[in-house]
Design a protein around this ligand. Structure first.
Ligand SMILES: Nc1ncnc2c1ncn2[C@@H]1O[C@H](COP(=O)(O)OP(=O)(O)OP(=O)(O)O)[C@@H](O)[C@H]1O
Length: 285
């Protein structure tokens, strides 16, 4: 069997004892055209910078959190890293592979979970997961056992495994999306607000599952959230994003220390961004 570029990059990473950079993002920029003002015949179109020159690096096995309010650019950043959007400029490297030049290789290393996950809604979680497993080349019996184990672990009752997805709540569908992302034991997982809309018990199930997976499989994870306790609990390092820019980066302790005293992470966010995480979204600011 020939060694792919990606396998080679991973093997190189495993050989070295120094922390390996899994994801390196350099000066990434992404803007969208937005209509506003002008007349009905001649609407004014302006460009809105959703991601405005972001650079950061994530080490192999790290859980890196991106914390910011609605409209701050989290999803756009995740979509650009997962090859769903082509950025205006900048560079993303995954284990040294270039996102655009080596797209096919990179795609095999990445898995993204978001609330807008695409499924065959008339089919059950079992059918959807077995279909995806087939695409990953996982044998059917193994896929069936693994899917069931992950869904149980995420607190989904077994009966739901066989019911059409369209009859399930959004939270349950979210768990199926998470199960699918972890089915193939991916090297890098991009979790776009994985617990938004989940009840407290489900949120905890998902958080514990994410921690276990990182510990058991050394997966590298980027996670976006607006939940402070979630960021503190899961993330080795956190970046505060505001208006498409990273305003601060560090461990939760480091971010709190930058503000001083007995500051909470929320205090740190407010002071460092000059904004409140729970204020109205940033889309029109
Ligand atoms: N497809 C698009 N077309 C036009 N504008 C977009 C598009 N996607 C995002 N935007 C704009 O880019 C900015 C950032 O949006 P983005 O969805 O990345 O924010 P977010 O931090 O993920 O928000 P949320 O927490 O609500 O998911 C917003 O101003 C948004 O309106």
């Amino acid at each position: 069997m020939t060694t792919t570029l990606a396998q080679h990059a991973e093997a190189e990473a495993a050989r070295s004892s120094a922390p390996v950079t899994a994801i390196a993002v350099r000066d990434l920029r992404m803007s969208f055209a937005k209509r506003g003002g002008g007349s009905a015949l001649r609407p004014r179109v302006t460009r809105v910078a959703a991601v405005d020159g972001i650079s950061f690096a994530v080490k192999k096995g790290e859980i890196y959190g991106i914390l910011g309010p609605n409209g701050s650019g989290k999803s756009t950043l995740i979509r650009a890293i997962s090859t769903l959007l082509i950025p205006d400029s900048g560079e993303v490297k995954i284990f040294g592979l270039d996102l655009q030049k080596d797209e096919a290789q990179v795609r095999r290393l990445l898995n993204r979970v978001s609330v807008d996950a695409a499924f065959y809604k008339k089919l059950s979680p079992r059918e959807n997961l077995l279909y995806s497993a087939g695409l990953y080349g996982i044998p059917r019996a193994e896929a069936e056992a693994k899917s069931l184990e992950i869904l149980r672990r995420l607190g989904l009752r077994e009966k739901a495994f066989y019911e059409p997805l369209e009859e399930m709540s959004r939270g349950m569908q979210q768990k199926v999306a998470i199960a699918r992302a972890f089915l193939a034991s991916p090297v890098i997982v991009l979790l776009d607000e994985p617990t938004t809309g989940l009840d407290p018990k489900s949120r905890r199930d998902v958080q514990e599952f994410v921690l276990e997976l990182r510990d058991a499989h050394d997966a590298t994870i980027i996670l976006t959230t607006h939940d402070m306790p979630e960021a503190e609990r899961l993330c080795d390092r956190i970046a505060f994003i505001h208006g498409g820019r990273f305003v601060a980066e560090g461990s939760a302790d480091e971010l709190r220390a930058r503000v001083g005293g007995n500051a909470t992470l929320e205090d740190a966010f407010i002071q460092l961004t000059g904004d409140d995480l729970h204020s109205d979204d940033q889309e029109d600011t």
